[in-house]
Design a protein around this ligand. Structure first.
Ligand SMILES: *Cc1c(COP(=O)(O)O)cnc(C)c1O
Length: 454
């Protein structure tokens, strides 16, 4: 028979007594009393519901049940509000990995940021006159110098820059786009949806595989506001294909008195010699051809922070800047600070993380050999990729580390400190170090050594 006092539910401690437990007290210091109290109450309630009516139990059972409850509170809070954004070693060989934050900033650029972030700065303030100033002023000078454009503007990201262009130039009017460029770029960026969201009307021209300049010409009418060319990014067509080039579109747009915008995506600032990037026109080339507006991402081939760069004619860029939507799309000072510094790296032709992909084979082999010997693993052929929608089918041949392991090891590496992300190929775990900063080799070796030993 169950007596009243042996029913565990009646012996459960009150919320306040649980809050005094040392493990719970530690949580209070981290997350605040209110949140912890809420979670304790919630776990107590669910425990009471779980325990069948009249669950008998002595001191030992009670202790176990309360211990489990405390662990659940700890785990739920850690997972819910305690998990921090963590640095990860990207050994996937995909340089611009959107899930891993795209372009890493150069170390010296990142090193200068903290001093700007925990203080005030002259973001919109002219130290000379003591008056209000423009947050775009420095990036505009840098971007116009680097691309040859008359004016420049920075938005939160490329999607934002494109929405701004469409809302400013083509609201309630028509935008002519090739059917071959009505692509989805991932993360729910779909060209037709963006147009609609910005209030523009889409006029599709050509066919899926072939669009000629005549197709654009025939689609132009009284309602046409803009010709738009979109880089198809990670989507490729081959075989019987044709598209109108930027130069032809420039002459058509000039002839018909319409603006031409190019959504270039990658944000390559100057032509790159790598064969993998031959299909990517640089922003400078597009401006040189006479394109009126070019938008691109700051965190793709440019190698900077998340940002949308809009460059083009003074008249059109300034119209975009004056649009009320711009207020909702402007970046914060951390983005400006790192973007300005990365653009100055471009000016000085300094090294950027992107260059690591094209590392000299012999230099890379020496680096791999040192690590392979230390860890007792092999070196195998492997292909790296630019990622971020650039050169999707143009692998960069080279070598990587191959570990004896499978998804179990892959998991242990992800759970390590720091987490290491690699991939499985033919039953081996591959770590491609072309996307790992050589300065992190010791960290990597320690994390991999620990995962292999576990
Ligand atoms: C990546 C990409 C976008 C989206 O850029 P975000 O900076 O991620 O907003 C838009 N257009 C093209 C062509 C792209 O490649």
């Amino acid at each position: 028979m169950v007596t009243e006092s042996s029913d565990i539910r009646r012996q459960l401690p009150a919320v306040d007594r649980l809050l005094a437990d040392p493990e719970i007290e530690a949580l209070v210091a981290l997350y605040g009393r209110e949140l912890v109290r809420q979670q304790v109450r919630c776990e107590l309630d669910s425990l009471r519901r779980q325990l069948a009516t009249d669950t008998p139990g002595g001191k030992e059972e009670l202790k176990a049940v309360v211990g489990e409850l405390i662990q659940r509170v700890v785990a739920t809070l850690r997972e819910g509000v305690g998990s921090e954004l963590r640095r990860v070693l990207n050994a996937t060989g995909i340089l611009l990995h959107t899930n891993l934050g795209r372009a890493p900033l150069p170390r010296d650029v990142a090193a200068r940021l903290p001093g700007l972030l925990n203080a005030y700065c002259d973001l919109e303030f002219d130290l000379e006159s003591g008056r209000r100033s423009e947050r775009n002023r420095r990036t505009e000078r840098l971007l116009t110098t680097l691309t040859g454009a008359e004016a420049a503007l920075v938005a939160n990201n490329n999607a934002g820059a494109l929405v701004l262009v469409l809302a400013t130039l083509a609201r309630d009017r028509e935008v002519v786009v090739s059917r071959g460029e009505l692509v989805e770029i991932g993360g729910s960026f779909r060209v037709p949806d963006i147009l609609r969201a910005a209030g523009a009307r889409l006029v599709e021209v050509g066919t899926t595989n072939r669009t000629r300049i005549d197709d654009y010409e025939q689609a132009i009418g009284l309602e046409t506001a803009l010709l738009l060319k979109v880089h198809p990014s990670n989507y490729r067509m081959s075989g019987f294909v044709a598209s109108a080039g930027a130069a032809d579109l420039v002459s058509l747009a000039r002839h018909r008195g319409l603006p031409l915008a190019v959504d270039e995506g990658s944000g390559l600032l100057r032509p790159h010699l790598a064969p993998q990037l031959q299909g990517h026109e640089s922003v400078k080339e597009l401006i040189g051809l006479g394109v009126d507006l070019v938008c691109s991402s700051g965190d793709k081939l440019l190698g900077g922070p998340q940002a949308g760069l809009l460059v083009g004619t003074a008249e059109l860029v300034h119209r975009c800047r004056r649009h009320p939507l711009y207020r909702a799309l402007r970046p914060d000072r951390a983005a400006y600070a790192s973007l300005e510094a990365v653009l100055r790296c471009h000016l000085a032709q300094g090294p950027l993380p992107l260059d690591r992909l094209w590392v000299d084979r012999a230099v890379h082999r020496r680096r791999l050999k040192g690590l392979a010997e230390k860890l007792g693993v092999d070196i195998v052929e492997a292909e790296a990729f630019v990622g971020g929608g650039a050169a999707p089918e143009r692998p960069i041949p080279g070598e990587a580390l191959a570990l004896p392991g499978d998804s179990e090891l892959l998991y242990r590496l992800r759970q390590g400190d720091p987490p290491v992300v690699g991939y499985i190929r033919e039953g081996r775990l591959i770590l491609d170090l072309r996307t790992v900063d050589p300065e992190d080799d010791l960290l990597l070796a320690t994390a991999v050594g620990a995962a292999l030993a576990a």
